[in-house]
Design a protein around this ligand. Structure first.
Ligand code: GDD
Ligand code: MG
Length: 363
């Protein structure tokens, strides 16, 4: 089977992390975001993956080469000279996607869930129409694409991208499976699949929806990245608790704590709930961590307190310092001793030596 992942541009909404690392390679629960999707696709029998990108960073090519070998799959970079939106990339990759009659998956790169690829494929083949959209429900549907079904069936009656007025709360989860005939609807030009293709397919009665079970999150911005991490850890706790730090561990507070085996944790710490600790991290004594993400090589010194924050690669937090309010430290940021940081986005290679009380960008 085949799949295309819409990787898009520069991941500006996930800055400052994406200033140092292409978004698909940013670690989510100690694994590059895109690897979660690739592993799930491989498990469902996908052997051909197209990455639709606007640029082709060397680092991404190198990492993905390794996955090609590891999983025995083919990964092709489809590079756009102008951004082709969410449908145009399908036309650009027509040679791979249309090479046989089998359906293919399309994924937004920034969504996390328990990817139900096998079930989607069976459902898609059973209804026989051109497309299936994975759906979930949210409380605040206005920033998503909303799906309205026909007479409580699975057939989609209307698709409304980012509705201004309320039309429903069943939304597009950003994961699709299409039959190759969809390619005849898409021209090689910048096109939005949500605004230009789905409404027409719905009108033609060629689109169905498949309801997702379990959690879902678009993790393309820091606040949602943290929420998505919590949801993912809760799902791990249910499915494979052995991957999490045992709740009997002295430092674990409230569970959902993912610790890389190379991390070093000091005495008298209170960690959790909802914390991921990356490789090569050092955590001092008496540290308190809650609802936060520590990337590779970070150092949180004695008695620091980190909550609702993301600590980028090789950064450090000084003794007795306190981070909160969706603070994001970029790569190689150093927070001095006894400093309070609230809601700051700190660009790579900065040092912070005085309090930052109001949310904002630290350059
Ligand atoms: N290759 C390529 N080229 N990819 C693109 C381009 C482009 O020009 N523009 C966007 N993308 C990729 C993004 O990187 C992302 O993976 C995906 O397409 C969706 O774009 P977003 O910018 O993240 O859209 P959104 O989050 O506002 O809305 C989309 O996702 C929602 C679910 O999270 C829509 O599909 C909504 O309908 C959906 O509900
Ligand atoms: Mg998105």
């Amino acid at each position: 089977m085949k799949a295309l992942i819409l990787v898009g541009g520069f991941g500006t909404r996930l800055r400052p992390l994406t200033l140092s690392m292409p978004k698909p390679l940013v670690d989510f629960a100690n694994k590059p975001m895109i690897l979660h999707q690739i592993e799930a696709l491989v498990k469902a029998g996908v052997t051909d993956i197209v990455l639709a990108v606007n640029y082709k960073p060397e680092v991404m090519v190198a990492v993905l080469k390794k996955y090609e070998e590891k999983f025995g799959i083919t990964i092709t970079f489809s590079v756009e000279s102008v951004p082709l939106g969410t449908a145009g990339p399908l036309a650009l990759a027509r040679e791979v996607l249309g090479k046989d009659d089998s359906p293919f998956f399309v994924l937004n790169a920034d969504v996390t869930c328990e990817y139900p690829f096998e079930k989607m494929r069976d459902f898609h083949l059973a209804h026989g129409c051109e497309g299936t959209i994975l759906a979930t429900t949210v409380d605040e549907p206005s920033k998503y694409g909303v799906i309205v079904v026909h007479d409580e069936t699975t057939a989609i009656d209307r698709f409304v991208e980012k509705p201004v007025e309320y039309v429903g709360n069943r939304i597009n989860a950003g994961i699709y499976i299409f039959s190759p005939s969809i390619l005849d609807r898409i021209e090689l030009r910048p096109t939005s699949i949500e605004k230009e293709i789905f409404p027409v397919m719905a009108k033609d009665r060629e689109l169905h929806t498949f309801d997702l079970e379990g959690f879902w999150m678009d993790v393309g911005q820091p606040k949602d990245f943290l929420t998505g991490t919590c949801l993912y850890l809760s799902s791990l706790a249910k499915r494979t608790p052995e991957l999490l730090a045992p709740v009997t561990e002295e430092y674990v507070n409230g569970g959902n704590v993912l610790v890389h085996p190379t991390a070093k944790i000091g005495k008298g710490c209170k960690i959790g709930p909802n914390v991921t600790i990356g490789p090569n991290t050092i955590i001092g004594d008496g540290v308190c961590l809650q609802r936060c993400v520590l990337m590779d090589g970070t150092h949180v010194k004695d008695h620091a307190w980190v909550k609702n924050s993301i600590i980028g690669w090789h950064s450090s937090v000084g003794r007795w310092s306190r981070l909160d309010g969706v603070t994001v430290l970029g790569d190689d940021v150093h927070v001095a001793e006894g400093v309070y940081v609230n809601g700051a986005s700190v660009l790579p290679h900065k040092s912070i030596s005085s309090n930052v009380c109001e949310p904002g960008i630290v350059m």
